[in-house]
Design a protein around this ligand. Structure first.
Ligand code: NDP
Ligand code: MG
Length: 383
């Protein structure tokens, strides 16, 4: 079997390390030829020592690269992911950088690689049609890594030519699902980072608690599956066993189930159309006992409605939504604003951010910078 070379962008993160676990299990099938991270130099050094990529990169230049790791090409600087992809030219790029910081890498991966394995949802939320049009024009598959989108993608394999009436994204509800509105405002970083079913990076875990993560995923689903917002629904399913569903015109619903483990969706994207065993424990339905569902409470989780609004508004609105959220989440994690302020900072930013058309990636970056500046001003007023 042909060995696939793969760039792991965000190699030291939650998704990156789980992808590398699969590479470790399948050395005959995958070669991590390019590893990229932001500033976790020691972690990246250990990975480079183990996986021996051709190219390694860090956004923040370390003081020195250990002697024994100089066998590969090292690239440093804020644009290191783009330059690393151009230098390594791998078959696949696993885009698992967090935030819009990964957008240029996704853009370059579409030029340089055969396939993009997309975890970096913020890149698609902000890049939107520009990204999907480029993928279509170049005929490059963008395989979803996000568990909900992987689930939908897996269900769609059984679609044949039948129209899909609706996509149903499931949501765990995050760490504060059962909290009262008045207590939620003052939830601490510690409270928010206790995700009930998934272990993930800090930013996405906060997004789960505000449920903006689900909002970003609605926008992501819109772009990946060309579905209008009114055909994308969200249902809260705290057990995170059904990862998402599709509904046909005759009312039949297909869902994909598995124990919550990101190596499932990551492996499905890496080996598509094959499936990679990774030692997943079987789903024990008798032990699971019940699966429950509830409507999202948009009063306690206003971010979800804001995401639908941004998607309907189009243009730069989703870029502003994402930029304001990235600024607000970073401020919350730094202890600058309360949890309750995150949604308010986003709402206030959206209300004053001018709606613009986005015709090029430069427009996306401009709209992002503008939204962040507005959000930062609002945050500064608080502290
Ligand atoms: P983490 O915070 O765990 O990891 C982020 C990774 O990106 C780290 O390797 C980090 O490097 C790197 N990175 C950050 N900024 C840059 C930059 N400017 N240049 C180069 N590398 C950078 O995040 P996750 O793995 O949780 O999430 C990654 C993406 O996948 C996000 O978009 C998230 O929404 C999505 N996702 C994650 C899921 C999960 O289970 N974790 C599930 C579904 C989607 P360093 O360590 O040096 O900071
Ligand atoms: Mg998800």
């Amino acid at each position: 079997m042909e060995k696939r070379t793969m760039a792991v962008l965000g190699a030291t993160g939650s998704i990156g390390t789980q992808a590398l676990d699969l590479v470790r299990r399948y050395p005959d099938r995958f070669e991590a030829s390019c590893l990229v991270a932001h500033s976790s130099a020691e972690k990246l050094f250990a990975l480079v020592r183990e996986f021996r990529p051709r190219v390694a990169a860090l956004a923040v230049e370390p003081e020195a690269v250990p002697e024994d790791l100089r066998f590969c090409e090292w690239i440093f600087g804020p644009d290191c992911a783009v330059r690393a992809l151009e230098a390594a030219r791998p078959m696949d790029a696993l885009c698992a950088i967090v935030g819009i910081a990964g957008l240029d890498a996704v853009w370059t991966a579409l030029d340089v690689c055969e396939r993009v394995l997309l975890a970096n949802k913020e890149a698609l939320v902000a890049g939107g049609d520009l990204v999907t049009r480029k993928a279509r024009r170049l005929n490059k598959p963008m395989l979803p890594v996000d568990s909900e989108h992987s689930a939908i993608f897996q269900c769609l394999q059984a679609r044949q030519d039948n129209p899909v009436r609706r996509l149903i994204l499931t949501a765990s509800g995050g760490a504060l699902r059962t909290w009262r509105a008045e207590d939620m405002r003052a939830a601490t970083v510690r409270d928010v980072l206790q995700h009930p079913t998934w272990r993930m990076g800090g930013k996405i875990t906060v997004d789960c608690a505000t449920m903006l993560n689900k909002g970003l995923e609605v926008i992501e689903a819109h772009h990946l599956f060309a579905m209008p917002p009114e055909k994308i629904d969200v249902v809260v399913h705290p057990q995170s066993v059904i990862h998402s569903m599709i509904e046909f015109e005759d009312g039949a619903v297909l869902g994909q189930m598995a124990r919550p483990d990101m190596r499932g969706p990551i492996g499905y994207a890496m080996a598509y159309p094959e499936r990679l065993p990774y030692g997943a424990e079987p789903l024990d339905f008798a032990r699971l006992g019940t699966m429950t569902f509830e409507a999202p409470d948009t009063r306690r989780f206003p971010c979800l409605s804001m995401a639908y609004e941004a998607l309907r508004a189009g243009g730069s609105a989703p870029v502003a939504l994402n930029g304001a959220n990235e600024a607000a989440v970073a401020a919350f994690l730094r202890g600058q604003i309360s949890f309750g302020r995150i949604a308010e900072v986003i709402a206030e930013t959206m209300s004053v951010c001018p709606a613009r058309a986005v015709a090029a990636i430069g427009d996306v970056h401009d709209a992002d910078a503008e939204a962040r500046a507005i959000a930062q001003n609002i945050i500064r007023r608080d502290s």
